[in-house]
Design a protein around this ligand. Structure first.
Ligand SMILES: C[S@@+](CC[C@H](N)C(=O)[O-])C[C@H]1O[C@@H](n2cnc3c(N)ncnc32)[C@H](O)[C@@H]1O
Length: 227
């Protein structure tokens, strides 16, 4: 996998090389360049035991557990940490977790057919944690529907990544838990959905992606956003 070299990473300076940028490299190294309490919201989708081709799987959640304390450090006080996570690994989400659990938001996927021990799974879960006592910016609900499904965005077509998250859902989350101008971090940005949604909703963002092909896809999607 071709990623940003360590010496390149050491040259990056916060904030100019980070804000409104997607950086190709290891999130565990890159996040260390962000000073304490600079991020208003973390919204992410880590590689929790995915077992998908081309995506590092993190079966034993080593990467996830290593990044959690760094996420806590860079997040402002009284802010939210929101993460997609699998039902299979759910108990592990609460281990080594410095954040306080707040809520669960479900994305119902009528066209979804992910094989699971129960038969098929037709939803994704997004878990909302908090640092301190943040306020919700815009109250909404905790159940949404994945309208197009099948790795397709209505305005972009097929997204060539194994697990892209729908922008309309990301936008609902952004409106609930952040304001215009807020700085949103997604350390595992994949195809770039969080950055694209942030740009469309006038949030600032920082994204990290270790796989060069997905990094290039995310850059292309971001470049195409017309405001
Ligand atoms: C579940 S996917 C994220 C999908 C994303 N939410 C989207 O909408 O496309 C997780 C991503 O994390 C990336 N990844 C895995 N380990 C990483 C690391 N150490 N640093 C940065 N990215 C990493 C994988 O290549 C993968 O694209």
């Amino acid at each position: 996998m071709d990623t940003q070299r360590n010496d390149d990473i050491s040259k990056l300076k916060f904030p100019d090389d980070f804000i409104n940028k997607i950086i190709c490299g290891d999130a565990l190294q890159l996040i260390k360049k962000i000073p304490n309490r600079k991020i208003d919201l973390i919204l992410t989708d880590p590689p929790y035991g995915l077992g998908k081709e081309g995506v590092y799987s993190d079966e034993n959640l080593t990467t996830f557990y290593k990044i959690l304390p760094e996420c806590y450090r860079v997040l402002r006080d009284n802010s939210f940490f929101i993460t997609f996570f699998s039902t299979k690994f759910l108990p592990a989400l609460f281990k080594h977790n410095p954040f306080t659990y707040f809520w669960q938001i479900i994305l119902y996927c009528p066209e979804g057919a992910v094989r699971s021990p129960i038969g098929i799974t037709k939803y994704m879960s997004c878990f909302v944690f908090k640092k301190g006592n943040p306020k919700i910016i815009s109250r909404n609900r905790d159940l949404f529907i994945d309208t197009p499904g099948k790795l397709v965005e209505p305005d972009e077509g097929f997204i060539d990544h194994p697990t892209p998250k729908p922008k309309h859902f990301i936008k609902e989350i952004l409106r609930m838990f952040s304001k215009e101008g807020d700085l949103v971090l997604d350390p595992f940005i994949g195809s770039g959905s969080t950055a694209v949604a942030c740009k469309q909703l006038k949030r600032r963002f920082i994204g990290f992606e270790i796989n060069k092909r997905y990094y290039q896809l995310a850059q292309k999607r971001l470049f195409r956003v017309n405001l």
